[in-house]
Structures are given as structure tokens and as C-alpha cells.
Write a protein that binds this ligand. Sequence first.
Ligand code: COA
Length: 425
Amino acid sequence: MTKALSGVRILDFTHVQSGPTCTQLLAWFGADVVKVERPGMGDITRGQLRDKPNVDSLYFTMLNHNKRSITLDTKNPKGKEVLTELIKKCDVLVENFGPGVLDRMGFPWEKIQSINPKMIVASIKGFGPGPYEDCKVYENVAQCTGGSASTTGFRDGLPLVTGAQIGDSGTGLHLALGIVAALYQRTMTGRGQRVMAAMQDGVLNLARVKLRDQQRLAHGPLTEYSQYGEGIPFGDAVPRAGNDSGGGQPGRILKCKGWEKDPNAYIYFITQAPVWEKICDVIGEPGWKTHPDYAKPPARLPRLNEIFSRIEQWTMTMTKFEAMEILNKDDIPCGPILSMKELAEDQSLRATGTVVEVDHPERGKYLSVGNPIKMSDSPSEVTRSPLLGEHTDEILRQVLGFSDHQVAEIHDSGALDPPRKVAAE
Ligand code: COA
């Protein structure tokens, strides 16, 4: 079966997490992703956070499915020749090097365009043009500079970073969308273009509702934030709102049975206005349906702590799953706090391919997250990540059409050997 991106070849110059997330998605959509790695070491994540000695880490294997790996020293003259041929044969170059690396390698945009005017060059950087454009950036730096950390956590506590990798994987997703749009535009213009996603921008895009609240602050307090009901004045910037809902419907995380021992025995509970009467019945407060202090949403806003304490008295009498079952019957929005253990064991996620078991020749079986985007005409099969340089000769021959003699020459040139001088990690 052809896939959505069958026939598209990606020159994958990505490493660590942000870029690999992007190219992995493109691979799942059917693109042929050729990952170029430094000889001898490869993507630094191959060796990071290892759970087993001397095998590619889960960090690497879970971000590089469905790709082929070629090792190439792109600072070696012969390596540059091979890279030039790869640029001719690929549709998209994706990179998330530090600022200026591609230029220093001798492949600025103008040169790439002269080699292949149809090529799309897609980049992730920490920041867009401006005072920080030369900075190297990792996940938590992006969360802090994109508005997520300042708005995450409790009002009286430190700013917090989230477990979801919104800076890395989030920006990878943004870039993938830009690439697909550029490929579509190319079908009409015949031209490639540059696609750029900055991690700060990606995080700010995901924190969009907080910039909304920043502007609302000029017109009065944010009444759905707990601190409004607690009588605590607002400052001039959006505060951290704990587990308050980011939408117009108040919500909180509430204890369920077993919370004393189980750190995840909690449920998110939303007091959505249209189902308020059902909530009153479920928790055993039918009088609140008509009481002037509780009946209408504006009257409830200053009393959210009291209201959620009462609801929690109810949720604490049952497990998060029992509460979910009862609440769902009445369309009361809620969500149990699922641990990674529970998600890994969830059979419905296995059935949809969102959680998949993958076999790897060196590390054996492991769990991964499959393609979260499901397409009826382009289903994704998750295949294992490549070993370092596993496909070097195959790509030199099949993709670039080099003869045995030329391949031998490339081997002799040192272009496939580890570079003598290696940059600091
Ligand atoms: N052959 C030869 N040299 C290679 C090579 C290859 N195949 N692939 C990479 N290199 C070299 C580069 O040319 C560069 O050399 P230079 O600094 O002499 O020009 C060197 O490796 C290091 O590249 P760099 O990307 O700067 O890696 P780093 O480990 O120093 O920094 C990041 C890592 C992630 C901080 C940086 O790449 C970055 O800021 N990326 C953009 C933002 C981003 O994606 N961050 C999130 C990562 S999850």
C-alpha cells in the first residue's frame, strides 16, 4: 500500500529529540528517512540514559523508528561530495544543529538551493531571529523561555517544567507540519523553501491561552483562577494556577480512594456548567441546584475551594476508575490520573497501535509510542530504529548509485571514519 509521503526522501540531519520527533513522524507517513550520523558515535542519544549496557538507548530507539542510518563525516572532503549527492537525491533536509553549524559545514541555504532548487530545508533552532538567536537550547530552556514554566505550578511555589516534552517533541510536530505544507506548495511552484520552527515559538504557541489571560488581566481579575475566590490580588503577569482549568469551566485534581499510598489515585474533575445539576445529584447536594450561592456559574466562582472540597469528599469514597464510570454516565467531564505503568499496560492503546511492542536485534523487545495520528489510507507500521551506519553501503549504492569502485574510494577516503576532532557535547 502506498503511504501519504511515499516517494518523498528526507535527508535527516537531526539529533537528540526535537528533530528526530519530526522525521520519525514523516517516516510513519511513508517518507524514506535517511539519517546522517557522525561515524563512530552517531546521534548522542544512542548512548544516553542507557538501561542496558552497549545497546542503543530507549531514548534513541523510541525517537528513530522507521529510519535508515548512514554514517558520514561531513567535514571530510569526500564526505562533502557524498553529502552533495544526497542533497541532489532528497526532497527535504531536516536539521536541528546548533546555530550556524550547517553554514560552517559549508552548506548554507544558498548553496543547498544551487545544488537542488527543489529542496526544502527545515530547521529547528532554540530561538528565532533576535537577541538569543545564537543560543543552544534544550527542552527545559524552551519551556522556561516560551511562557510555560512561568504559568505552570502553584502560585506560591517555583515555576515548574512539565513532563510532556513540549519544547522538543512539540516543536518537532510544528516543523513536520511546515514540511508537509512546503511539500504541498512545491507541487505548484516547483520550488523548495526554508521552513523554520523555533522552540520558544512552539512553546508559546502551546501556551497561547496564557497570553490570552495576560490580556484579560488588564480588564480585571481572572475569575476562574482559584486565587480569585481566595481573595488574593493579581499582579501584572499571569500567575501560576495550580491545577485550575485553562478553559472557562472550573476544574481541579481531586483525591480518590487510596491517595494516601498511591501517588496517582486522583481524578481531574470539571464542574462544567451544563451538567451542574447532575453533579449536585451525584455528590449528594441536590439543594445546590437552586441555592443562590451555587446555582449559577458566577455565584460559584468565589466558592470554588468549598465546592471542590465537597466534591472531593465524594471522589475519596471510590477509586479513580469507579468515579470515572459514574461521572461518564452523566457526561460529567473527568479524567483519572493515569500513571506510565497504567498506560503501558492499557490494552486499548495497544489495540490502536498508540503503544506498540518493537523488537530490536541488540536490545530485544521494548515498548514504544506509535504514530498518534491515524490515517485511513496511510496506516503506520512501527519498525525498529537503525543500528549506527546500518545502511551506509545500501544508501551509497541504491540511493546515490555509486559503483563498487566508488564505494571503495569513499571507504578509503576516511569519510566514513570517526572525525579526528569532535565538538563538545
Ligand atoms: N560529520 C561531521 N561533523 C558533524 C556531523 C557529521 N555527520 N554531524 C554534526 N557534526 C558537527 C557539527 O558540524 C558541529 O560542529 P561545529 O560546531 O564545529 O560546527 C558539531 O557536530 C556540533 O553540532 P551541534 O548541533 O552544535 O551539537 P551540540 O551537541 O554542540 O549541541 C544542541 C546540541 C541540541 C544544543 C544544538 O544542536 C542545538 O541548539 N540545536 C537546536 C535546538 C534544538 O534542537 N535543541 C533541542 C535538542 S532536543
